[in-house]
Design a protein around this ligand. Sequence first.
Ligand SMILES: Cc1cc2nc3c(=O)[nH]c(=O)nc-3n(C[C@H](O)[C@H](O)[C@H](O)COP(=O)(O)OP(=O)(O)OC[C@H]3O[C@@H](n4cnc5c(N)ncnc54)[C@H](O)[C@@H]3O)c2cc1C
Ligand code: FES
Length: 366
Amino acid sequence: MARIELKDWPIPLENGGETVLETMIAHGVPFPYSCASGDCGACKGRVLCGEVAHDSAPAGILSATERADGYVLACRCTPKSDLRIEALDELVALPAARRQRGWVVSRQHRQGDVVVLRVKPAKPVHYLAGQFFYLKFDNLPQRAYSVASLPGADELEFHVRLVEGGKTSRYVSRDNLVGSEVTVDGPHGHGYWRQNHDGPIVAIGGGTGLAPVLSIIGAALAANAHRHVHLYYAARVEADVYWEAELAALARQYPNLRVDCALSRAEPSEQGPLPRRYQRVTASLEQDWPSLAGAKLYIAGPPKMVEAVAVTARELGLAARDLHTDPFSDAADHKLDGACTSWLRRFVGRWRRPPFELPGLATQKG
Ligand SMILES: Cc1cc2nc3c(=O)[nH]c(=O)nc-3n(C[C@H](O)[C@H](O)[C@H](O)COP(=O)(O)OP(=O)(O)OC[C@H]3O[C@@H](n4cnc5c(N)ncnc54)[C@H](O)[C@@H]3O)c2cc1C
Ligand code: FES
């Protein structure tokens, strides 16, 4: 049994051999995390005293230099001794997740095999721009989908890309989906819009990773119509660009919003209303941003793209605490299927609210 002391948390926590993150969740500590599988970096912290055993992590998410400086991913490490640790991100009370019934109120097929779903939950749900929900249809396993709509909307909008052999994505492409019941569980995730930051926002949505990014930039521009926002809409080929007219309209509405389509595998050809960049999004970042210091970078979509951008962003001077990711990883989803469900139940079963008010605990509003 090891003892974990967390900076800014008043009582020590007991660890019985599980990961540091599992200990935090079991004790009701609002420690930041999203994927619980090493892909997002939300649970990054620094070991101030003591030793951990650390599983492998993508180099873009936890670099060798960071590891040498004592940084760890709480979801990938277990204590080898008593520990003192601090979280990189602040400890924030986020809107509580709840599971409830909902109904599909509209379904639209877009190009690029994308289905845009609108779901009305039985009761209004409070969430932050950039968070995600688990949707469970019929007797299928639940799957994570990020919300595209703005906080406060009655209906939740999701953009679902059809995956070959995919259970849920194939199900939502059915013609008779409208009216179907769906279990909605959320909100979840730490890739949300930081409203107390007023520097430039760089947002990258790869494929349907555009969904959470739309919510983030929409909320940020609604709060300050003149803030500087640069959105890179990343896709492979023209046929994947499923949300162009809406983005072009948004760019006309806000003078300091710039939107580029970054197409990694397309030949220069006919263009839509948005400017095209025929290269990887990392190359565009390097061209446009001599330094990312002081900016916030939000990125969502395929884990490999998220990792590549994280590496480039670090080289361009982005501070680790200013990177907020939402990788659409299979591992995070399948952790909730089958074998791994048992650890979750065990820790959710032990979860308890802290028995006191926390001094200085920040609360993020929706
Ligand atoms: C935080 C988060 C947010 C997300 N947001 C979105 C979003 O906004 N839009 C979106 O389109 N997607 C999103 N995703 C991805 C989404 O959750 C699903 O993974 C995706 O829709 C595929 O689900 P499926 O049930 O259709 O496919 P699955 O049936 O899960 O299959 C997907 C692929 O994985 C393979 N596979 C099946 N079982 C396993 C297994 N046990 N282990 C490994 N691989 C397996 C299948 O062969 C198939 O190729 C998000 C994922 C995460 C983690
Ligand atoms: S929660 Fe640990 S890396 Fe995502």
